[in-house]
Ligand binder design. Structure first.
Ligand SMILES: [Ca+2]
Ligand SMILES: [Ca+2]
Length: 397
């Protein structure tokens, strides 16, 4: 209770132009705090041992906070103290749109989960017309209408808050969607934070018979295998296609059911092996979720780390890792122990491509250069000296 009052008092003391809304998260004794703002691109509240950060309309925060407050990706800030909220706080947001979500679904009734469904909510001012915009293939930061972002449809005020994109799964393409108030808030573009929209997306990751290394490129409502990958590996077969997590624990999609004795869930920043048996059909796994925007820390421990690029963009290893010199270089290793190494699955040979890190400005080198590709997994080999390396990966284009 004290914690909740503390947060509320922060909001009041700072004259914060918006407010907080308590939502039951379905966990007994646990409640979720959404911060919804009227202006600005980001906010940080700190003090009393807490630092809360979120992005407009996203109910999102940093990876972890002290004092019993934790964050679950797009699920908001969870208060794990067992405290109960005292009444509610009136919200008066002006971004109009809240909490856009996307799920894989069967919306055309053909019995196949091959569609996506996008839903959203409104602020306290209630329903308004919304426009649906879509960008295909690669995410574009150019907000000029009709260039990279295409207008799809308007959904009149009061209609069900649903937009279905049928037959969009596993087509090998990427789709990014924005749900924005129509008309846009004065002086804003469709990509402005101020409209409270957050970008949701569908991204396809290819897998074929043999070994594949993948990562989850989008924030998920649920990271359970049944929800993230679901029924997208080979159906109705035994033995099932397999998935291995960074600890090399195994789950398998056997006879169209996930056998997951270790309780593996996907996590952003982790890499995974997917093994498909010989003779099975190559395919795409479609991920549906929210575009990550918060800088993520990949903790690289000495030894081999199975990591993944959980973002919507490919990153050059040279530019996604910080530059440095000599042994102060966080990723170079040391002169005595040798350089860090990174490996990527070479699907045609079922082997590994390797790059090593040379002193800057040379950076990562190897006979086959590769980038840190979205939706892919990698092995990062870290030397004992200099030890743990916290790789700050910015997912923003
Ligand atoms: Ca369908
Ligand atoms: Ca269909």
């Amino acid at each position: 209770m004290r914690k909740i009052l503390f947060i509320c008092s922060l909001l009041i003391l700072w004259g914060f132009p918006a407010s907080a809304e308590w939502l039951s998260d379905g966990t007994p004794g646990g409640y979720r705090l959404w911060l919804v703002r009227t202006c600005g691109s980001a906010v940080a509240l700190s003090g009393g041992g807490y630092t809360l950060q979120d992005m407009k309309g996203q109910g999102y925060a940093g990876d972890k906070m002290a004092g019993g407050l934790y964050v679950l990706g797009p699920g908001g800030i969870w208060v794990l103290t067992g405290a109960t909220p005292e009444g509610g706080v009136t919200t008066a947001d002006t971004g109009r749109i809240r909490n856009t979500t996307i799920v894989r679904a069967d919306t055309d009734g053909d019995g196949t989960v091959d569609d996506v469904q996008i839903t959203w909510a409104f602020d306290d001012r209630g329903s308004c017309h919304v426009d649906i915009w879509r960008c295909d293939d690669n995410y574009s930061t150019n907000p000029a209408p009709g260039v990279d972002w295409k207008f799809i449809t308007v959904i009149p005020s009061g209609d069900p808050r649903i937009y279905n994109h049928t037959n969009s799964l596993r087509d090998g393409k990427n789709y990014f969607y924005r749900v924005v108030p129509s008309p846009l808030l004065f002086g804003t573009t469709l990509l402005d934070d101020t409209n409270n929209s957050r970008t949701v997306a569908k991204i396809d990751v290819w897998v074929g018979p043999g070994w594949n290394m993948i990562a989850c490129p989008l924030e998920q409502n649920s990271y359970a295998l049944a929800d993230t990958i679901g029924d997208q590996l080979t159906p109705r077969v035994e033995p099932g296609d397999e998935l291995y997590n960074p600890q090399m624990l195994k789950a398998s999609y056997s006879s169209s059911i996930w056998a997951n004795p270790s309780g593996i869930n996907l996590a952003l920043g982790e890499g995974y092996y997917v093994y498909m048996w010989t003779g099975r059909t190559e395919r795409y796994i479609s991920f549906a979720g929210v575009m990550p925007k918060v800088v993520r820390t990949l903790t690289i421990n000495p030894g081999y780390n199975l990591i993944g690029n959980s973002s919507i963009i490919d990153k050059s290893l040279d530019t996604s890792l910080p530059p440095g010199t000599g042994t102060a270089n966080a990723f170079q290793g040391s002169v005595s122990s040798g350089p860090d190494e990174i490996y990527k699955n070479d699907y045609p040979t079922q082997g590994q491509l390797k790059m090593t890190c040379s002193p800057m400005p040379t950076g990562w080198v190897g006979p086959s250069r590769f980038d840190f590709i979205k939706g892919e997994g990698f092995w990062y080999f870290r030397r004992t000296e200099p030890g743990i390396y916290n790789w700050q990966l910015d997912p923003n284009p």
